[in-house]
Design a protein around this ligand. Structure first.
Ligand code: DGL
Length: 249
């Protein structure tokens, strides 16, 4: 299986990390639209246009599957990507909602969704979770976490200040949906802020769970071939991939 992973930038590497752990794919083609990130503050039509351009880019590789690691794109452009692609396209929102459901036993659980402005405004997670029977939903756009993670700031004073800014009036949720590619990198800080009882839902693990259910992987690939492409400064993306994924490329 040859897979394409699409993100607005570098954050989708957190999803690649989960794919590597599960050894699903023989070849991974990563495309980060680093020239136009962030998508999370853009409007729906722009997000859809960029997403269709990503599908066009992936047509060079004869893929078996495209994984949309970006929550913002998954929230707005999955249908349009599917219409333009000759291979299946899966997104992290549906997977994240199913993983939330698997992690919780009670439909009355309180769920907090955090993501970019665009993801939160789309209410995409709420729609999926309501359909699964959850009603106690809250969502908060926490866009400041994106540049902090880009600056490789994962804990400390600035993260604490951002947590206070966004979360000071919120009650502790039973589940926290990390509805943005970048947020798994601050999951330790989030876990210690909310406490061990809050279940953190990570897009990468969620998509891995969904793939295990929906596809039959007859073989595993411990050392897949990975190619990284970016619309700007691909070397910077590769450097971060080396660091975050601990791989040699
Ligand atoms: N990749 C985006 C997401 O998961 C975060 C960064 C952006 O705003 O483009 O929503």
């Amino acid at each position: 299986m040859k897979v394409g992973v699409f993100d607005s930038g570098i954050g989708g590497l957190t999803v690649v990390k989960s794919l590597l752990e599960h050894q699903f794919f023989e070849e991974i083609i990563y495309f980060g639209d680093t020239a136009r990130v962030p998508y999370g503050i853009k409007d729906k039509n722009t997000i859809i246009r960029y997403a269709i351009e990503a599908v066009e880019f992936f047509k060079n590789f004869e893929l078996d599957l495209i994984i949309v690691a970006c929550n913002t794109v998954s929230a707005y452009a999955l249908q349009e990507m599917r219409e333009n692609s000759s291979c299946p396209v899966v997104g992290v929102v549906e997977a994240g909602a199913l993983a939330t459901c698997n992690a919780l036993t009670c439909k009355d659980s309180n769920i907090l969704i955090i993501g970019t402005k665009a993801t939160v405004n789309s209410k995409a997670y709420e729609k999926e979770l309501l359909a699964l029977g959850y009603k106690n939903l809250d969502a908060k756009a926490t866009g400041l976490f994106v540049p902090l993670v880009e600056e490789e700031i994962y804990d400390g004073e600035m993260i604490d200040a951002a947590f206070k800014h966004y979360f000071k009036d919120l009650k502790t949720p039973d589940a926290l949906v990390l509805g943005c590619t970048h947020f798994p990198l601050i999951s330790d800080a989030l876990q210690s802020y909310f406490g061990e009882k809050t279940k953190l839902i990570h897009s990468g693990n969620a998509i891995a769970e969904q793939l295990e259910k929906e596809f039959v992987f007859t073989k595993r690939y411990p050392s897949p071939e990975i190619k990284f492409f970016a619309s700007e400064n691909p070397e910077a993306l590769r450097n971060i991939a080396r660091k975050w994924l601990g791989i040699e490329i």
